[in-house]
Every structure is written in C-alpha cells, then in structure tokens.
Design a protein around this ligand. Structure first.
Ligand code: PLP
Length: 391
C-alpha cells in the first residue's frame, strides 16, 4: 500500500463490482461443477435468452469472444468472399479481424471528429455495387444514430451489422444496441461494461435461421452431433461457467451503466472550463443512453500542453490513462496489403494523436473525478504560464 497523501486513480477497478458478488459467483461456479455441463450447458442457453432480450434482439448465440461473434455472425448473415463491408478506420483492430476472418473485403471510412463515430456521409460515398454491409461501431459506449443508419442501409439495400462490443444496453432514439441491425456482436472481455472472468462474446439477431446458422458455425459447422452442414465452422463457444457468472452480473448492468454516465457528467462539468484551453471531451449525443465504456477527451492543438506531457503529469499523480486507439486500423503494419496510405482518413488519424481516455468504471467516486480534473487543470495552466521562447 502506498502511504502518499493521494492514493491515485486506477483506469479500471473490477474489484468494486466483484467483491460484493464473490459469494454468489462462487455458488454459481459450484453449481456448474455439480451439473458438469461445461460446454453449451443450461446456463449458456439461459444467458443467451436473457441477454438477447435485454438487447432488444430475438436470439443470442454465445461465442468464445467478441471477435468470433463478428466473424461468425457476419458469416451467418451470408457475408463472405467478394462482399465489401464498410467500417470505421478508428476502431479496435478486432472489428477488422472479424471482417477479414469472414472472408469479406473491409472498406474503411472516416469518422466524425466530435463524436468519434463513423461518418455516414463518407460511408455513403464509399458504397460500390459490391457493398453488402455497413458495420458501425458503437464506440466508447455511444450508439451510432439508428435512424441515420437505417435510412442509409435502406437507400442502398445493405445489411447493418453492429459492433456492440463497447455498448451493452446502450440506447439511442428508442433503440438498444444490438436491436438495430440484421446482426450484432458483443464482447464479454473482463473490462467491458459486462465482463466475464475471462473471454466471452455473443452474436445476436432477430432471425431464427441466422441464429441457427451461427449456432452451427460456432460448433464445428454441425447442426447436430457429427452431422456437419457448414464448412466455415469452428470451435468458439461461450463457456457454461462464464455464462453462469454473466447471468449473475446482468441484473446489475443497468445501474453500473448509470453510474458510469453520472461519472461522465461530473467529468463534463469539471472539465468545462478547460474547453478554452483546448481540452474537448468527445461529444455525447445520446444523453443517458451513452454507457461510457470509456470517457475520452481530445487534447487539441489549442491546448498549451501536448498529450504525452498531460498523460505523464497524470501518471505522476498516480492517475492511469489510456489511448483508444493510438494507431488507426488502416495504418497497422499487419494490414498494409489492404493498400491504404497515411492521409486516407484525416479525422481518424488526427483523433488518434489527440485522444486520451480517463479513468472510468462503475463505483468511481466524485472525489476521484475531482482529483483527475484538478491534476489536468493544474497541468494545463502551468504550461500556459511557462515563458515562451522569443525568436
Ligand atoms: C473488445 C472489442 C472487440 C473484440 O472483442 P473480444 O472479446 O476481445 O474478441 C471488438 N470490437 C470492439 C470495438 C471492441 O472493443
């Protein structure tokens, strides 16, 4: 334990949600142990049904991780070789990997610098006769406008496939994340808003046939034991143990999301006076529906201090931060064969240089928010006062 006056602020604190549930979690694990149905057991079927319903979808198919939920979900929706899928350049690389694993061709587009969400005007301009799907990412916990998405998809007869890995129970315009598209993917990676004790994911859909195909794809392409109808199948199932734990946590998710949203409100208030100093929070266009998987600010050129210096000042005060994400997908070394150059997506590229994610988790206290705001305010004003070299 540190004995300094200020204990610092962790980026995420999972113990806050797990400590009060420890007895229940152990009991749920013991129940699965007793039952012995470790793969595709009863708890999986129950969690698939409740989580899909909570997300406004008819069917849920538990997978080994969110990446597989994208890849196998797209395959189940009939997307594959020769099909172009439009996605934002500023997303976690798993979105891209999912598209490529489905065999489809990823087509990147730029984002809105204020919300960091996919820019649907540039998406429309990127549509070709081969475009089959739009893959919006509900980034940082805020949904891409369902109305705008559906209008665009309807105009061009495209599938909407939501990457909802950061948006469990997020809402906008009366829609839940997962209920807008023909398919959607969630991740239960431990630090997501709903996290397992390890990896996990789910594909959700409104259509029974698509759900059936996805169930077969995650289970070696088998419709029943030793009878294989899908060549593109693999082994990717949500563990029964993980489903049991997730079922137990799901009833708390609404409150946890509201706690994050309130914390974001405190950050917004606290940081408002730094707007004129060039610190701009990513804009919330969806009010209480934004579930703040991450709270992200931009350190713009108007700020007297650069992002790295600010990050170091926070670190010196014991405050952990992150950058989501420092390199846009189209500039990742592994994907240079896709043929994109620096400069292709100016907003995504600029954002990657400016964004900084501040501590955010349910149970974070207002004192902790004040501490982050105070250190940022001091760091920014201190540099503003530093004498400028006269040439
Ligand atoms: C976490 C995440 C994924 C991948 O989920 P995994 O469970 O880690 O495979 C995909 N897309 C986005 C936007 C994510 O944040």
């Amino acid at each position: 334990m540190s004995h300094s006056a200020s204990p610092g602020v962790p980026f995420v604190d999972l113990s806050w949600q797990h400590a009060p549930l420890q007895t229940e979690i152990m009991a749920a694990v013991a129940a699965v142990l007793e039952q012995g149905d470790f793969v595709l057991g009863q708890a999986v079927r129950e969690f698939e049904a409740t989580f899909a319903a909570a997300s406004g979808a008819a069917y849920g198919v538990g997978m080994g991780c969110g990446t597989d939920a994208i890849a196998l979900g797209l395959q189940a929706c009939g997307i594959g070789a020769g099909d172009e899928v439009i996605l934002p350049a500023n997303t976690f690389v798993a979105t891209l990997i999912g598209v490529m694993r489905a065999g489809a061709t990823p087509v990147f587009v730029d984002c809105d610098p204020d919300t960091a969400l996919i820019d649907l005007a540039t998406a429309e301009a990127a549509i070709t006769p081969r475009t089959r799907a739009l893959l919006p990412v509900h980034l940082y916990g805020q949904m891409v406008s369902p109305r705008a998405l559906m209008a665009l998809a309807n105009r061009h007869d495209l599938l909407i496939f939501e990457d909802a890995a950061q948006a469990h129970l997020a809402e906008r315009e009366g829609y839940r994340a997962g209920s807008v598209g023909g398919g959607a993917a969630f991740s239960f990676y431990p630090s997501k808003n709903l996290g397992a004790l390890g990896d996990g994911g789910m594909f959700v859909t409104q259509q029974e046939l698509i759900a059936q195909t996805a169930r077969s794809l995650r289970n070696y392409g088998a419709v029943r034991k030793y009878f294989h109808t899908e060549a593109g199948g693999t082994n990717s199932r949500l563990d029964t143990l993980q489903a049991a734990v997730l079922s137990l946590k799901l009833p708390y998710l609404g409150d946890w999301n509201l706690s994050r949203n309130s914390t974001a409100g405190l950050y917004d208030q606290g940081l408002a006076s730094l707007a004129e100093m060039g610190i701009l929070p990513i804009r919330n266009d969806s009010g209480r529906g934004h579930i703040y998987h991450l709270y992200v600010v931009r350190v713009t050129p108007a700020c007297p201090i650069d992002r790295t210096t600010l990050q170091l000042a926070l670190e010196a005060a014991g405050i952990q931060t992150g950058i989501h994400y420092p390199v846009p997908c189209h500039l990742q070394p592994a994907f240079q064969s896709l043929g994109y150059q620096a400069g292709a997506f100016p907003q995504a590229e600029t954002l990657s240089q400016e964004i900084l994610s501040l501590p955010m988790y349910p149970g974070m206290t207002s004192t902790q928010v004040d501490q982050v705001v105070a250190v940022m305010t001091q760091a920014v004003h201190q540099s503003a006062r530093q004498p400028v070299d006269v040439v």
